[in-house]
Design a binder for this molecule. Structure first.
Ligand SMILES: C[S@@+](CC[C@H](N)C(=O)[O-])C[C@H]1O[C@@H](n2cnc3c(N)ncnc32)[C@H](O)[C@@H]1O
Length: 360
């Protein structure tokens, strides 16, 4: 999994453990590596960081990176992956997370609130205990490593790897399936967690020359004193409609991070009991166009690189116009070759739009 790959003439880097997360750019890293190598910069921001795959690339290229994501679980995962030094959590410490500790008054928030929604009764009881044991770990790095193993396990045991539907029944039905993997869903939490522990341990043993910093903020409020900003917003195909609503997809993982406080935020009117409103948007502006205008203006001093899809809203051409108000020398590149305006049907394509600051 982690051999070194030569992806381009300039950039050599190891691969990251694969994570089951919508919109991960992991498979586009060789393409992005080639593009990034054409620009000179030292400090950068991965503003909508997700799994951190692009942070991984930038760190491997020797850049100093501020990883950011608005979701708490993503922020914790990134810390587990990118804080320097090897694995801190011992495998025995990981295994001990399953045992109740003497004298602790364990709560049952997951068992109570998510009964029959995402996991079996037994799994919910385990998640309650593991989460509270993780939260009692004093060392913040060990805590993030333990959470990483739990989050990856929680995702792999879910149909579609998401929490947007109360569909435990899908896991339990004995029917022919064209997707998913019942064996994976039914594999005990402990076995999955140990496997993810090993993957993380292997990854953390690889030295990366760049230094990583972390933020858990709204990208619209982040610091702007960086040379390069990578923008990979949730994908919209229509105005004010995001196909990939990360708040709705991954709310459950954030509930675990906020275990002692999340109950009052649960939207009980929805079967999947999200702590965020299911229609919560990634921006508070009027629409996507305004949101991009705000973001690009905010980062007008930096080289900006936007990952996009050729059928996104606003269109690539419109986004290029918006970017040209604040940036120059705009370049459009497609992961699978040259950008052509008229698409001939089929799958949508990954596009990258890059601009350099006008004022420099
Ligand atoms: C398309 S994904 C990024 C994928 C990432 N590049 C990767 O390779 O995994 C978009 C991310 O933006 C985050 N997000 C949504 N709204 C945000 C906001 N206002 N500020 C910062 N992050 C936000 C989501 O939680 C999600 O992780």
């Amino acid at each position: 999994m982690l051999q070194l790959n030569l992806f381009s003439n300039q950039v050599t880097f190891a691969s990251m453990p694969s994570t089951r997360f919508q919109g991960s750019k992991r498979k586009y890293l060789p393409f992005l590596a080639n593009l990034f190598a054409d620009y000179e910069f030292k400090t950068c921001l991965d503003a909508f960081g997700g799994t951190g795959s692009v942070t991984h690339l930038l760190l491997s290229m020797g850049k100093d990176v501020l990883y950011n994501d608005i979701l708490k679980a993503n922020y914790v995962n990134a810390k587990a992956l990118f804080i320097e030094g090897g694995m801190r959590l011992g495998v025995d410490e990981l295994k001990s997370l399953f045992q109740k500790k003497d004298g602790v008054d364990y709560k049952q928030h997951i068992s109570d609130i998510y009964d029959n929604i995402f996991y079996t009764k037994f799994e919910n009881e385990q998640i309650d205990v593991i989460t509270q044991n993780i939260l009692s770990i004093e060392d913040e790095i060990k805590k993030s490593e333990a959470f990483y193993c739990l989050f990856q396990t929680a995702l792999i045991k879910r149909p579609y790897n998401l929490f947007h539907r109360a569909n435990l029944s899908m896991r339990e039905q004995n029917v022919q399936r064209s997707f998913g993997n019942k064996k994976t869903w039914d594999t005990p939490i402990e076995l999955h967690m140990i496997k993810f522990y090993r993957e993380l341990q292997e990854y953390k043993a690889i030295q990366k020359p760049g230094k990583c910093y972390f933020a858990n903020d709204d990208a619209f409020e982040l610091r702007t004193d960086v040379d390069f900003v990578y923008i990979d917003t949730p994908y919209s195909r229509k105005r004010n409609y995001s196909e990939t609503n990360y708040f709705n997809f991954y709310h459950f993982l954030d509930s675990l991070v906020m275990y002692y406080d999340f109950k009052s935020s649960v939207n009980t009117g929805y079967a999947h009991k999200p702590i965020y409103k299911p229609d919560q948007s990634w921006f508070s502006a009027e629409d996507e166009e305004e949101a991009f205008k705000l973001l690009l203006k905010r980062f007008s001093q930096a080289i900006v690189c936007i990952s996009y899809r050729d059928d996104g809203y606003p269109s690539v051409e419109r986004l290029k116009e918006i970017l040209s108000d604040t940036h120059k020398d705009i370049r459009i590149a497609m992961a699978d070759g040259k950008y052509v305006l008229a698409r001939k049907g089929g799958e949508n394509k990954e596009v990258v739009i890059i601009g350099e600051p006008i004022s420099v």
